[in-house]
Design a protein around this ligand. Structure first.
Ligand SMILES: [Zn+2]
Length: 421
């Protein structure tokens, strides 16, 4: 059944109608619906993912909004399964405890808690933990693993209920979802309702500057409704009774932003990191429409280059595969013009093997097939793990295969390293 999609005409952060489309992209299917029926997968409906910018506050965002029920009900991404994520969460929880110094037994809440990976180290450190996540299956798994999780979208009613039943939260996190919420105003209002007077709210979201610098088009899909930067967030949080006190750039997902937020008028001073990133954003003209239009031009160049490359390979009679049935797969395939070129995708995820990739109906087969079928070129669709994939597939390279990295620059790796083209 097609998803319900609506187009909003106001900025998600400041409500201004002065929003302009700055990056035009190909519509893509919802990225996690792998199907056992090739026809169903190949004919999956596509929805727009164009990027808009607010001319008033500078927030960069999607305005075509998929109904959260369609987006999350059958969601099957598990944070704990993502390479590097459990280690990242362990480090993050350690930093959060040091920074917020919550008394023993304090309540730690995670909005969009997924399988409970972030809350696990807090629980082990002796805190009370509570997760909230609308993906039913994922929340069930979290509960089974001992992380109490409410299978629901965040709402003001739920925030009041949690506050009433569990008391104020000393720490609230929104690590997986800060870029995911359409009604971000309601989310931070929920945070304000639940947060203890001296508590801290931490969020993580991919950083707009990293998206631009790395041409990270693979991260532009329907779940990521906002591409955050510091300047628009400060005013937004202020309007909702909150104050950004520190920001840190993290390397996870090729560049994200971790912010710490207190109730407005809280006891903590605003740290230099906020001023420093504001200065960097001003220097890079991150709030200017032209900066995003330049990014749009870079994406188009990358697409033209990839299409040219695929045409050359096809003329040579070469076979092409994809590596990784990642969320970013259908995005890269659509934005870089790879549709029709990839014969199969290798991946070992039990919920994807034997199924078909949404959008093009490409079959997903186990990674062991790579060395058996020996495609001439294998395009890495799980772009975040490109280096790791190159390192662990030496046998394929030694036998004459090539691994292809598409972003931010095209790289073709053969048995003796990068191949010039
Ligand atoms: Zn705005």
């Amino acid at each position: 059944m097609p998803a319900t999609v609506s187009h909003r005409d106001t900025c998600r952060l400041c409500g201004s109608k002065n929003v302009e489309r700055v990056v035009s992209l190909q519509p893509i299917p919802l990225s996690e619906n792998y199907s056992t029926d090739r026809q169903v997968a190949a004919n999956a409906p596509r929805y727009p993912v164009d990027v808009y910018m607010c001319g008033d506050c500078g927030h960069v965002q999607h305005l075509d909004v998929i109904d959260p029920k369609d987006l999350w009900d059958s969601y099957t991404y598990y944070s704990g399964d993502a390479k590097g994520m459990p280690e990242h969460f362990l480090q993050v929880s350690d930093k959060i405890i040091k920074k917020s110094n919550p008394p023993a037994g304090s309540l730690i809440v995670d909005i969009g808690s997924n399988d409970g990976s972030l809350l696990k180290p807090f629980k082990q450190a002796g805190f009370r933990v509570l997760g909230i996540d609308p993906a039913t299956e994922v929340a069930k798994k979290a509960n089974e693993s001992g992380i109490p999780t409410i299978p629901s979208l965040m709402s003001l009613d739920l925030a009041k209920q949690i506050h009433g039943e569990h008391g104020p939260a000393q720490v609230i996190c929104a690590f997986n979802v800060f870029a995911h919420a359409d009604n971000l105003g309601e989310m931070v209002d929920c945070v304000r309702l639940m947060l203890a007077p001296d508590g801290l709210f931490f969020f993580e979201a991919q950083y707009l500057l990293d998206i631009i610098d790395g041409v990270l088009i693979a991260t532009i899909f329907h779940e990521h409704m906002s591409h955050h930067s510091v300047k628009p967030l400060i005013d937004f949080l202020d309007r909702h009774g909150l104050e950004l006190i520190s920001v840190e750039r993290a390397r996870i997902q090729h560049g994200s932003l971790i912010g710490a937020v207190q109730l407005k008028g809280g006891k903590r001073p605003v740290e230099d990191s906020v001023k420093q990133l504001l200065a960097l954003e001003a220097d890079r003209k991150l709030d200017k429409l032209q900066t995003l239009r330049d990014f749009d031009a870079k994406v188009k160049q990358l697409r033209d280059r990839t299409i040219g490359l695929v045409e050359t390979w096809k003329k040579q009679g070469a076979t092409i595969a994809g590596y990784g049935a990642a969320r970013s797969g259908p995005t890269l395939i659509a934005q870089l013009g790879l549709a029709g070129a990839i014969e199969f995708i290798v991946d070992d995820h039990p919920q994807k093997v034997g199924k078909y990739e949404t959008g093009d109906g490409i079959p997903v087969v186990p990674t062991a097939e790579l060395c058996k079928r020996m495609p001439d070129y294998t395009v890495i669709l799980a772009w975040v793990h490109s280096q790791k994939i190159i390192e662990t597939n030496q046998e394929y390279l030694d036998k004459g295969g090539h691994l292809v990295v598409l972003c931010p620059q095209t790289r073709i790796v053969g048995k003796n390293g990068d191949v010039k083209f």
